[in-house]
Write a protein that binds this ligand. Sequence first.
Ligand SMILES: Cc1cc2nc3c(=O)[nH]c(=O)nc-3n(C[C@H](O)[C@H](O)[C@H](O)COP(=O)(O)OP(=O)(O)OC[C@H]3O[C@@H](n4cnc5c(N)ncnc54)[C@H](O)[C@@H]3O)c2cc1C
Length: 458
Amino acid sequence: MQPIDFSLALCGFGPANSGLLFSLAKSGTLTAVAPRGVLIIERGRSLGSGSLSRYKIPSNTLADVILECVCDERLPAAMTRLRQRSSTIARLERMRGEAPDLDLVSECLSDAAELLVSDLSQRHRIALRREHRIEAVTVRDDGMFDLVLRSRSGEQVSARVATLVLNLGGTQADESGASLRDLLHGVPPGNVPVLHSDPILQYSESDLLARLSPHIGARRTLVVAGSSHSAFSVIERLAPVSERLGLARIVLAHRSPPRFYYRDVAQAQAFGEHVDVQQDVCPLSGRVNRLGGLRFRTADVARQVFETQRLDRHRIAIEPRHVAIGRSAPGATGDLSDVAAIITCFGYRPRLPLLWDSAGAPLRLAEDEHGLTTDDVGRPMRDDGRVIRGLFAFGLGSGMSIGTEVGGEPSYRRRLDGIWLYHNHVGAKVTTGMLRDIHRDDRGISANITVASRLETR
Ligand SMILES: Cc1cc2nc3c(=O)[nH]c(=O)nc-3n(C[C@H](O)[C@H](O)[C@H](O)COP(=O)(O)OP(=O)(O)OC[C@H]3O[C@@H](n4cnc5c(N)ncnc54)[C@H](O)[C@@H]3O)c2cc1C
């Protein structure tokens, strides 16, 4: 059977790829990027919210920012109906200036994505495959990608596309033994179970109790490792169930102190912060720790933990401990022998389908500790630093590093991720990259290109 043929495939339709579609629609570039249409492939049933819908924590984004993303006046038809139909918009309107829970943000993103796809389908060729997984991708010599999709019932579907955007979310990276020893202040991790923060942020309270109870018996300390948004969100989830779990304390093992977001240097100084104006201030906005800083509820949790070793009215003791990488001598503190489990709150690796070249050899994409390594328009690199034209990935576990056009504090080393960025700077950069590759491929196809010639040195 002939594969279905499209200009663009958006694989995974969570916040990253739906943000890109919003960005294409707002900038009026959808036809230029996808003259033969868009294929949307989503493993789940709902669109737009991805894994955010599963977290039972507050967002780190203001309601105003979500509204700005989905109620843009460049999308009049769709957004008039969104305002009329979606009760989540009205609820977000009432929460301006606050950071809503992620379930409300997700509902809104989902309503908006449904409406956007249905609105765009009136004027563009858009095929939506819900409950389909992308399994494998072959990079062809003629500049196209062959995709193998699988429906929930097991049916296989083939598709051929010119531009491929892979945003399938991420999974949390495992920690090495050496790193765990550091986190436990030299106590050999031995039989201490290592859990990831991601499921902890998703469990209901009863699931949290059921999952953690078996680990806590005579050992009554939990170590939470990290100082990011996730680490303080985990503490916020654990504190209310700590007595029922029989926990005596939570140790927050952090390699670097938490960074807080401030409107400007003056506000940071009023809080007694030392600001490195070269490293910590976004040159475009003047914000301090704009990308990596804790804000809203997680900032409040972090301040309470560091100032009072408690959270709200909960009795559990929460002890912050600074961990120097590679310098924790065995038994340095000696009081961590009762650790029941360690919960790591570190970065994400990308979820990817199988990737092959036209000869059937596997294609490996380069990663570092922050996820896929991509160029300044969101194209993942291979181990040798070259990129494959037409292939993009920029969501969780992938993403771009900061650049002058995006702004952000120079000290920020992780990837750019976040709803606003997908809808704005990141979406615009990826669009530029897609258009650039389409024009190069036009020339390439007439010159009968091969996979090797599609690899570009950065
Ligand atoms: C705990 C946490 C909280 C966060 N909070 C915020 C916040 O408050 N504000 C903010 O701006 N950002 C936040 N982020 C950052 C970022 O916005 C989210 O991680 C966001 O979910 C990333 O979107 P994504 O589309 O890359 O991934 P995901 O949300 O994981 O979406 C991936 C999509 O791909 C689908 N998929 C997976 N595999 C396949 C397959 N094989 N085939 C087809 N489809 C597939 C999934 O079903 C899913 O819909 C948070 C991140 C984390 C980890």
